[in-house]
Design a protein around this ligand. Structure first.
Ligand SMILES: Nc1ncnc2c1ncn2[C@@H]1O[C@H](COP(=O)(O)OP(=O)(O)OP(=O)(O)O)[C@@H](O)[C@H]1O
Length: 170
């Protein structure tokens, strides 16, 4: 069945602004459904275990995909997660990869009370472009867009660009 709205991944290193972007995008196009995958994994028990050392949940990818499969069928889903390779190519119409200067990202993660180890780990991932590389390995380059997310102006502009892209897609 053809999708009436596109399915969009908003991805990026933690703290780059995925959830903020997803919420603003949804406020422009209320028919979209925002799935914060990190929250969903916890609320729907879609994990194998909790890793105390890293203070994170180990996702059960099969359970996650089975859970999302019927939801993405009709389109209009925003998938908000720091990882994207798990989502099958056939589901996805656009992959927005948010990027943030590492010094700005450091301050954001510090403000959240992250441990030094977690801040360093995420900062290094952003510098090494880990999420962007994962997107490029998983999807066709034509559907990937890299967006700077460093200030309020970027934020508004990025969402406007995605809104415009959705209107054209339709
Ligand atoms: N472009 C931006 N300009 C200014 N502040 C921003 C921008 N993007 C994000 N922020 C701020 O950075 C913080 C983290 O944003 P947000 O929670 O949306 O990130 P995230 O990528 O969804 O994080 P996580 O992966 O941990 O859920 C928030 O305080 C948010 O207001």
């Amino acid at each position: 069945m053809p999708r009436s709205l596109p399915n969009i991944i908003i991805t990026g290193t933690p703290g780059t602004g995925k959830t903020s972007h997803a919420e603003l995008l949804k406020s422009h196009i209320p028919e979209l459904v925002h799935y914060n995958i990190g929250s969903l994994v916890k609320s729907e028990n879609l994990y194998e275990k909790y890793d105390e050392e890293w203070d994170s949940y180990i996702v059960d990818e099969d359970k996650l995909i089975d859970y999302l499969e019927p939801l993405v069928e009709n389109g209009g889903c925003i998938l908000d997660w720091h990882s994207c390779e798990v989502f099958p190519k056939r589901w996805i119409d656009l992959v927005a990869v948010l990027r943030t200067d590492h010094a700005i990202l450091w301050d954001r993660l510090e403000a959240r009370g992250y441990s030094l180890r977690k801040i360093e780990e995420n900062n290094e991932a952003e510098i090494m472009e880990v999420v962007l590389a994962e997107a490029r390995d998983s999807y066709d380059s034509e559907i990937i867009v890299e967006l700077q997310s460093e200030n309020d102006a970027d934020f508004a502009l990025n969402v406007d660009r995605i809104v415009e892209w959705i209107q054209n897609w339709k």
